[in-house]
Design a protein around this ligand. Structure first.
Ligand code: CA
Length: 211
């Protein structure tokens, strides 16, 4: 199938006992920088960047309270007047595990004609929070191959659909209804949603972090 990337997985322990920070099996260096600055929200140095989200649970016939995979679709749009390298951006999806578990991330699909055209270069790491609205998050980052720019064009340029999923190591069911970023009313086609966040060089530029 065109655009079908391989599994670019990281498996990480997202235990309930972890204190903040990121526990990850891969891509940790880049993501760590984003986490360190993520609290300094506000002065967006790239006004016009927007993160769109959809729930892709339609790929599985299973109850939202017993989901083996969490399946967000993302799309990033650049309404600014300058191109933006995807490598400077990161996306967070927030949720709460029902029990500590090893987790695995997979990029399932990107469009090979889009800016983000290689699932193997879509990376992620898992982290945990001490908040009341979410205890865990997955942070997605973009590492284009040498020679590939992955530049978001100005004035409405889009990344293309980024279809990912993550699951517990043993596929234990997850209740998505208590997950901060989950919105089953946004089906498959990405649209604006404040409960997912976008960062540029670690600074929040779109969305609202959970409390
Ligand atoms: Ca949950």
């Amino acid at each position: 199938m065109d655009g079908q990337g391989g599994a670019s997985g990281v498996a990480a322990q997202a235990g309930a006992g972890a204190q903040g920070g990121i526990a990850a099996g891969g891509g940790g260096a880049q993501v760590g920088g984003a986490a360190a600055n993520a609290g300094a929200a506000g002065s967006a140095d790239a006004p016009g960047l927007a993160l769109l989200y959809a729930d892709h649970s339609s790929a599985d016939k299973e109850a939202k309270t017993a989901s083996r995979s969490i399946r967000p679709n993302f799309l990033i749009e650049n309404q600014g007047e300058a191109s933006v390298p995807m490598a400077e951006l990161s996306v967070r999806y927030y949720y709460t595990l029902e029990a500590a578990s090893t987790q695995t991330f997979v990029c399932d699909f990107v469009n090979k004609d889009a800016v983000v055209d290689d699932c193997d270069r879509v990376k992620a790491a898992f982290g945990s929070l001490n908040g009341t609205e979410a205890k865990h998050y997955v942070e997605v980052t973009f590492e284009p191959a040498n020679g590939a720019a992955w530049l978001l064009p100005p004035l409405g340029g889009q990344s293309g659909i980024i279809q990912v999923r993550f699951y517990n190591g043993n596929f234990t069911p997850q209740d998505q209804t208590n997950d901060y970023s989950f919105d089953p009313t946004k089906v498959d086609v990405p649209e604006p949603w404040q409960h997912v966040t976008l960062y540029r060089r670690g600074v929040l530029v779109s969305g609202l972090e959970p409390n």
